[in-house]
Ligand binder design. Structure first.
Ligand code: PLP
Length: 388
């Protein structure tokens, strides 16, 4: 059976070009980058080349890039690092209610240690109001953290405006750009961020590697102590093959970005339109225009997103749902609830995130298969019977 992968916000396949450049660094050029002989120095040079590529893609200086084990570590590092370094200055952080758990859980952790966190509300499209950010600032605020685009509904936040507010107030500004770097233009000066999180596996690089951009002059405490790697900011022997892979992935993403934005937005809009035409009682989640080019998130009334996913899987189609019964918890997605969706609509949500390998035929296949699945499930649905 042909498989159609439509879950690129969860992860992406590592590109063959990326795997190819990584391979020599496992067994041939295996030296420790801290060693002074040539084996080590070749590995060191490869890391520095990757650093240049990451910096170039986001308009940063090379020394402002710190390699991490992924987006989660970058978010932890940004939030905890700034908090610990600025304990004397204040104890208040502003963030949003739709951040990834890698930010929200850090918030909870810091709250247990006495910090005050403001979680800003969202409008029905998942947009934060920059004015709310301004109003939440106090003389104790040390950090603002607002994601660049949301991983579930794809809404692109007004990061530039918030960056301006943070700059005027002299407060550090972090943005989780895990879903945007390599997909839409990201420039740290334009966005006016001091810290920005990146993850390789969302942009066709390997899993377990990412980076934190840290603007020169930002006070940050390290989370890892040990050796002097990453200019003493992140101890531990570098994951050389993964870092090299991240470098290649960002290089390719930069080259193909404009073309892919246009192509994917076309597929996205075709899918949204088609779903609206072929299925009744279906609603688009997230912003109609300020959204990632590859994101389609809908709620289908009277059915469980999970049941749809299982049926799609039988047809070879991989998608995702904000109905968290698929994970360990029974709670629906915190993002959809923050947008004001009633729990039953959040449970009926479906996310399709398109990627490089997807074509018009894939979209057509979903449009052909999904209406039948929904009709079948609705025919059995107690939710629909209650409504009638
Ligand atoms: N932030 C966002 C917005 C994400 O979508 C993800 C991954 O799902 C992460 C952070 C975590 O990144 P990683 O999987 O590299 O730890």
């Amino acid at each position: 059976m042909r498989r159609i992968y439509l879950d690129h916000a969860a992860t992406t396949p590592t590109r063959p070009e990326v795997v190819k450049v990584m391979l020599p660094f496992f067994a041939d050029t295996f030296g420790n980058p801290s060693s002074i002989y040539s084996y080590g120095q070749e590995a060191r040079a490869a890391i520095e080349e990757a650093r240049i590529k990451v910096a170039e893609l986001i308009g940063a200086r090379n020394e402002e890039i710190i390699f991490t084990s992924g987006g989660t570590e970058a978010d932890n590092f940004g939030l905890k690092g700034v908090t610990y370094a600025n304990e004397r200055k204040g104890n208040h952080i502003i963030t949003t209610s739709i951040e990834h758990h890698a930010v929200l859980e850090v918030g909870k952790f810091l709250e247990r240690r006495g910090l005050r966190i403001t979680y800003l509300p969202m409008d029905k499209y998942g947009l934060v109001d920059p004015d709310d950010v301004r109003k939440a600032i106090t003389d104790k605020t040390i950090l603002i953290s607002v994601m660049h685009a949301n991983n579930e509904v794809g809404t692109i936040e007004p990061v530039e405006e918030i960056g301006e507010i943070a700059k005027e107030a002299g407060i550090y500004f972090h943005s989780d750009a895990v879903q945007t770097v390599g997909h839409i233009p990201v420039n740290v000066d334009k966005l006016k961020v001091d810290l920005l999180s990146i993850s390789a596996h969302k942009l066709y690089g390997p899993k377990g590697v990412g980076a934190l951009y840290v603007r020169k002059g930002t006070k940050l405490v390290s989370l890892m102590h040990g050796g002097e790697q990453e200019k003493r900011r992140r101890a531990g022997t570098e994951n050389v093959p993964a870092i090299v892979g991240l470098g290649k992935a960002v290089e390719l993403a930069g080259q193909e970005m404009d073309r892919e934005i246009e192509r994917l937005a076309g597929l996205r809009d075709k899918l949204i339109k088609g779903l609206g035409e072929k299925i009744d009682h279906i609603h688009l989640n997230g912003h109609p225009t300020r959204r990632l080019p590859n994101n389609v998130n809908v709620s289908v009334d009277f059915v469980e997103g999970e049941s749809i996913l299982l049926n799609l899987d039988l047809e070879g189609i991989c998608a995702s749902t904000g109905s968290a019964c698929s994970s360990a918890s029974l709670e629906p997605s915190h993002v959809l609830l923050a947008l004001g969706l009633p729990p039953e609509q959040a449970h009926g949500s479906l996310r399709f995130t398109l990627g490089r390998e997807n074509s018009e035929a894939d979209v057509e296949c979903v449009l052909e298969v999904l209406p039948g699945i929904v009709a079948k499930l609705r025919a059995m649905s107690p939710l629909l019977r209650t409504q009638k």
